[in-house]
Design a protein around this ligand. Structure first.
Ligand code: 2P0
Length: 324
């Protein structure tokens, strides 16, 4: 039995769009922070059953729902030559599919457990490639801290790695306006954006430039610069979706109210930069030193929302029981 734990990550410079849907090769690099909290725990056990079975949060998934997991398992069987099926149980601690990166943690934990169960012997880079086959953002949750996912041009060259952040210790406040499942999955949203948005090309070109600028800010430890680039990447990603037919709008009026509040918070002298993913929730980048103040300010302003905090966490790993 192989059990692994992984945590979600929040992208500062975003991933939105694939050049290869099979291999999940993204159109641009992305840069993220792995959270310290909201773990997914996944256990993989090989079995002599004919089919893979997957139980997520106590519910057995249908065959259609397990398609993405089977991509990861099939690759493991191909690499190992071990044809056995897998019996998988996985538990999330964060709302699934609500734009809070549950799939990133889920597939990073799955790839880590699968590497052990099928004795693949992959290093973290290899596990990141395996996780990518399930969900693009999962390649980043294999690593802790600040992470860059290189878009690459094939399976081998598209992987994530840790990068050194040379600035103050970072933290995030998540203003959770809704825990409901999103109406449009990231995958469908990306495809629609590529196929119908006249802004998609501009998004890809400009976001890859933001990656390079962010890498310079990361090396210099310039948080104000990194925060501004984070907000630009967020807005440009959502702008590309707004140009789709029909338009994809994950941000609600309430989301914009929170965005305004973050700007106000910054005007009051606190470190706060906002980002948002495929849902209405706003994630606020700040420092560990200011976390309590930023959290108190936001929870007072938005009592109707759940305000969660997180420091920066470790990458996916086997639990001690599995290692022993
Ligand atoms: C990100 N998102 O960089 C971006 C920002 C959502 C918005 O990665 O199709 O679940 O499985 O590769 O990784 C969410 O997309 O999509 C995501 P697939 P994934 O965090």
């Amino acid at each position: 039995m192989s059990t692994a734990i992984a945590q979600p990550n929040i992208a500062l410079i975003k991933y939105w769009g694939k050049v290869d849907e099979e291999l999940i090769l993204p159109a641009t690099d992305s840069i993220s922070l792995t959270l310290d909290g909201f773990p997914t725990t996944t256990t993989v056990e090989l079995s002599d059953d004919e089919l893979d079975t997957i139980v997520l949060n106590g519910r057995q998934l249908t065959e259609a729902e397990t398609m993405r997991m089977r991509r990861v398992l099939d690759r493991a069987r191909e690499l190992s030559g071990d044809r056995r099926a897998a019996s998988i149980t996985s538990t999330n601690t964060i709302a699934t599919a609500a734009g809070l990166a549950s799939s990133a943690a889920g597939f990073a934990a799955l790839a880590t457990a699968v590497n052990n169960a099928y004795a693949l012997g992959l290093d973290a880079t290899g596990i990141s490639r395996l996780a990518r086959l399930g969900s693009g953002s999962a390649s980043r949750s294999v690593f802790g801290g600040m992470v860059r996912w290189h878009r690459g041009h094939d399976d081998l060259t598209s992987y994530a790695e840790s990068i050194d952040w040379n600035g103050p210790e970072l933290a995030l406040v998540i203003v959770q306006l809704s825990a409901a499942q999103k109406a449009i999955s990231s995958r469908v949203g990306m495809t629609r954006t590529i196929e119908t948005s006249p802004f998609y090309e501009g998004w890809v070109t400009s976001n890859q430039r933001l990656v390079e600028q962010a890498m310079a800010a990361v090396a210099e430890g310039e948080l104000a610069e990194l925060g501004q680039l984070t907000e630009l990447s967020t807005m440009r990603m959502h702008a590309s979706m707004l140009g789709a037919v029909p338009p994809i709008r994950y941000l609600t009026g309430e989301s914009f109210t929170v965005l305004d509040a973050v700007a106000e918070l910054r005007n009051e002298g606190l470190t706060a930069y906002a980002t948002a993913d495929a849902g209405p929730n706003i994630k606020v980048l700040t420092t560990v030193a200011e976390l309590d103040d930023v959290h108190a300010w936001l929870s007072e302003r938005f009592p109707q929302a759940a305000t969660l905090t997180s420091r920066i966490g470790a990458g996916a790993h086997l639990t001690e029981a599995a290692v022993a």
